[in-house]
Design a protein around this ligand. Structure first.
Ligand code: ADP
Ligand code: TRP
Length: 324
């Protein structure tokens, strides 16, 4: 089974990203029957980041973050999207068989326009580039969050249109693999944790910054001695994400029995976060001292991916009648 997924390097990874996506990527690579391809979607991020130095730095950092979080370059192929310009070439080929109406129905495009973002062609054509990412490696399964479901459907339609146009099964139609409905991780203000809300707990933030953020989690004013509400309680929800299931009944009592203040519970949460990500944080620091290592991983990822995509590109060029 060939697995592919991509992440945009649009900000610093937070614990919502980990539980919602990255943890599953790491788990998928553990199954020897899977061949996993993961990439940093820097061409996609150009639709939002207009500062070259910032984009380059973010792209590299996300790659290092992934390695630190357990993506094993021996088992998974990790690459930078822009290192394979063939992706943009295939995107063009696909755009010639993609009906305008299909893209006009895109939720994420419509949402951005509704928010008043002035649309450019890149934003409009975003799903075509994403289709190229997927089809170029002949992925069987694409693990994504629910928000990407429509993009996967578009990919399937676009692949079918290309095959139909040229009368050949040049492109493999992928299946989605919607990640199990992990509870949405709340941010420090109680809304969904998201970099766009500025309420994140960043996995690799320095410890004192993380402590400050944890201490700033919004709580109610229940006195220390009294039981604390659990429903709609951000601290409760966050603690649950980090507590091993077997320990949960005990931990839950911190809320239901009274006698423990929110400050103390926050300290426990901070401890759990540091424990959970301790190894990753240490590895991340080591990678910072050795940027050549990450660059090497990306280079070898590019070369390994190219072995696969060159066959697909040769076939697409051949059927379309472009190139030699
Ligand atoms: P953000 O909302 O911070 O911009 P992205 O949209 O880039 O995050 O999300 C990247 C991945 O992380 C997606 O697969 C998404 O489902 C997952 N994810 C993001 N925020 C959360 C959250 N608060 N809880 C669970 N999963 C999340
Ligand atoms: N659009 C995805 C997101 O915003 C990122 C992405 C780009 C992607 N290309 C992809 C995901 C290909 C899966 C497969 O999260």
């Amino acid at each position: 089974m060939r697995i592919l997924s991509g992440v945009q390097p649009s900000g610093k990874l937070h614990i919502g990203n980990y539980f919602g996506a990255i943890r599953q990527f790491v788990e998928l690579q553990a199954n020897a029957a899977n061949e996993c391809y993961y990439f940093v979607a820097d061409l996609h991020a150009m639709t939002t980041i207009k500062d070259g130095a910032e984009l380059r730095a973010n792209t590299f950092r996300v790659a290092a973050d992934f390695v630190a979080l357990g993506l094993d370059p021996e088992r998974s192929v990790l690459y930078r999207q822009s290192d394979l310009p063939e992706v943009a070439e295939l995107a063009w080929m696909l755009s010639t068989v993609t009906p305008m109406g299909l893209l006009q129905r895109g939720h994420s495009y419509k949402d951005k326009v509704a928010k008043g973002i002035s649309p450019n062609h890149g934003l409009f054509a975003y799903p075509v580039l994403m289709a190229a990412d997927i089809l170029i490696v002949r992925a069987d399964r694409v693990p994504v969050g629910k928000d990407q479901k429509q993009h996967l459907e578009m990919t399937r339609d676009i692949a079918a249109a290309f095959n139909q146009t040229y009368g050949r099964e040049a492109l493999r139609i992928p299946e989605e693999l919607i990640l199990p409905d992990v509870a949405v991780v709340p941010g420090t203000d109680g809304q969904k944790m998201s970099k766009s809300y500025g309420n994140t707990l960043e996995i690799f933030a320095p410890e004192n910054e993380l402590r400050k953020k944890v201490m700033s989690i919004v709580t109610d004013s229940t006195p220390v001695a009294e039981p604390k509400p659990t429903r709609g309680n951000t601290l409760y929800a966050l603690l649950k994400v980090f507590t091993p299931e077997a320990e949960w009944p005990q931990t839950k009592k911190l809320f239901t029995e009274g006698g423990t203040g929110y400050g103390e519970i926050k300290k426990r949460l901070l401890g759990l976060i540091l424990d959970t990500f301790g190894q990753a944080r240490a590895r991340r620091e080591a990678l910072d001292r050795d940027p050549g290592y990450v660059e090497g991983v990306l280079r070898s990822g590019r070369d390994r991916a190219r072995e696969v995509i060159s066959t697909v590109m040769a076939e697409c060029r051949q059927v379309a009648g472009v190139g030699r």
